[in-house]
Design a protein around this ligand. Structure first.
Ligand code: F6P
Length: 525
């Protein structure tokens, strides 16, 4: 097993050394790192992480040996860092300013230059969004749009839904998200819509994703049944895809298909035309602010030295918890209900990116990589799973997310919410001595506190791009490719003969597994 980069750095040996060194480090009771960093409108307070200054130095040396600087350079230079798919990874270009995009003007991974594609798509998105908001683009009957339906899944759904949900009080149009292939959801949603006032956005990078294809077809049939007007599809359906031909085949004309490059991964794509439903829901200015927030973090990530680089520090904290403290889960606890979908977004971002066990040399790793990421909202969780966090077995770390600004008329509730976040993190860290072991809380569980000055498009852009870059940094530290997702392909392939057998179109013997074959018998009609 090699786990060794071209430069000769052995990740496996170095990760083991990190653990040995940590065990040997003498720690004064109050000797933790005073790790607090502010970037834009966000503060990270990591003082409750179990990190000694010597540990941080060792982690920074590890990042240096793992060629952090060089890998970061390759990312921003548009090199094919997604080496298993031979693709550049350019989500930062999607939020770059016109001037900054100059650096990618000669970069043509996709025939058209990155700069041209980004600028052209932004222009088209802005026109479409403003036309809808100003009533220049209406439904076929002339009625203004009141409802947007984003049909997409994974990266073509989670980011836009998180942002629209988080900023719902600023919404200009009702915006719905249809992702799952579950007829219950589809019928409930369609029942609530007026076809003459609904704009469907079909978001799919590949335009081959089963769930999105089935939901889009069902939505189109519903629309045609009610309007009997095929021409009207042009008013009511827009697509976002890298597979423009497939979107045209669906029945759309080119003016209603917004492209995206193959150099943006699905889970990093909310900044592309996949963000159309965000812009439609919240307005073009809000979408621009979101990009601007992310751009400020790109600049920080690209230029800050390792010791001050927030995404890298975030990754090093995770690495420490996973490799040295043996954590197998990461809880994201949002003490702001508007961020209730953040754990879902981060689940895809981190688990689809780094839930891998083969390294950059196609060798199996012998160290743990991405743990389970999960979470929910405080204070609800305190009356449910926090019991396990305080007294269960199994090592974890937590991120508490709170907002300073009060955007409602109940400041006392806001204070109570914040107090609970701080109290939970204190209980996790300090615990409680008690003569009765049942009442004892051991403490010693690390956590970080995130404080957003306010919840705005800008701070959301900053927050999500911090986590995006952290995810890439972890890939560097583990020597894995964070940008492919071969593991999710198998289930898609296996579902094809099973679906055909359930539909009675094929014998079940095409299914290559006896248990699945017999299960088809009792699920079939
Ligand atoms: O199944 C996983 C996945 O490939 C994700 O990576 C992606 O975000 C999602 O499916 C949706 O893909 P698409 O945008 O191509 O429909």
């Amino acid at each position: 097993m090699s786990n060794t980069t071209e430069a000769g750095f052995n990740h496996s040996a170095a990760l083991k050394a990190l653990k040995t060194q940590a065990a040997a480090t003498t720690r004064a009771a109050d000797g933790g790192c005073d790790l607090r960093r502010r970037q834009g409108g966000i503060l990270l307070d990591a003082r409750r992480q179990h990190l000694h200054p010597a540990d941080l130095q060792a982690l920074l040396a590890f990042a240096d040996d793992a060629a952090f600087d060089e890998q970061r350079r390759r990312l921003f230079a548009g090199e094919r860092v997604n080496h298993t798919e031979e693709r550049a990874v350019l989500h930062s270009a999607l939020r770059a300013s016109g001037d900054d995009l100059e650096r990618w003007s000669g970069s043509k991974p996709d025939r058209q230059s990155v700069r041209e594609l980004v600028m052209d798509t932004r222009r088209r998105m802005q026109c479409l969004v403003e036309d809808v908001h100003l009533g220049r683009r209406t439904g076929y009957s002339g009625a203004r749009f009141t409802d947007i339906v984003n049909i997409g899944i994974g990266g073509s759904h989670l980011g836009p839904e998180l942002i629209v949900d988080a900023l719902a009080d600023q919404a200009l149009l009702r915006t719905h998200f249809l992702s799952n292939i579950d007829g219950h959801r589809l019928s409930a949603l369609l029942r609530s819509l007026d076809p003459t006032r609904t704009l469907f956005v079909i978001a799919s990078k590949s335009f081959t994703t089963l769930e999105t294809a089935l939901n889009a077809e069902a939505a189109r049939s519903w629309f045609l049944e009610r309007t009997a007007n095929r021409e009207a599809i042009g008013n009511h359906f827009v697509a976002v895809s890298n597979n423009v031909d497939a979107a045209l085949e669906f029945g759309l004309d080119g003016a209603n298909v917004l492209p995206m490059g193959d150099w943006v991964g699905g889970r990093f794509s909310l900044w592309s035309a996949v963000g159309l439903s965000i812009a439609l829901a919240l307005g073009w200015d809000a979408f621009s602010d979101l990009l601007e927030g992310a751009r400020s973090i790109d600049k920080h990530f690209e230029s800050a030295p390792a010791a001050d680089n927030l995404p890298l520090l975030m990754a090093l904290l995770d690495l420490w918890n996973i490799q040295v403290r043996g954590c197998t889960s990461h809880a994201v606890l949002s003490y702001d209900e508007r961020l209730r979908l953040l754990p879902d977004f981060l689940q895809q971002l981190e688990m689809e990116s780094n839930g891998k066990s083969i390294d950059g040399d196609a060798e199996p790793v012998d160290y743990p990589t991405q743990p389970v990421l999960w979470g929910g909202v405080g204070t609800n969780g305190q009356h449910a799973y926090h019991q396990q966090l305080h007294q269960g077995t199994g090592a974890y770390w937590a991120d508490f997310i709170v907002c300073r600004a009060v955007d409602h008329n109940y400041p006392e509730l806001h204070q109570s919410l914040a107090a609970n976040a701080l109290a939970q993190s204190q209980a996790m860290a300090v615990g409680r001595e008690h003569a009765d072991p049942h009442r004892r809380v051991s403490g010693q569980n690390p956590s970080s506190l995130w404080v957003l000055d306010e919840l705005s498009p800008t701070t959301l852009g900053q927050l999500l791009s911090l986590f995006e870059h952290k995810t890439f940094c972890l890939g560097i530290l583990w020597n894995i490719n964070s940008f492919d997702q071969w593991g999710v392909e198998l289930g898609k392939v296996l579902a094809v003969p099973i679906a055909a057998a359930l539909a009675g179109q094929r014998e079940s013997d095409a299914i290559d597994d006896s248990v699945a074959r017999s299960q088809v018998e009792y699920l079939g009609h």
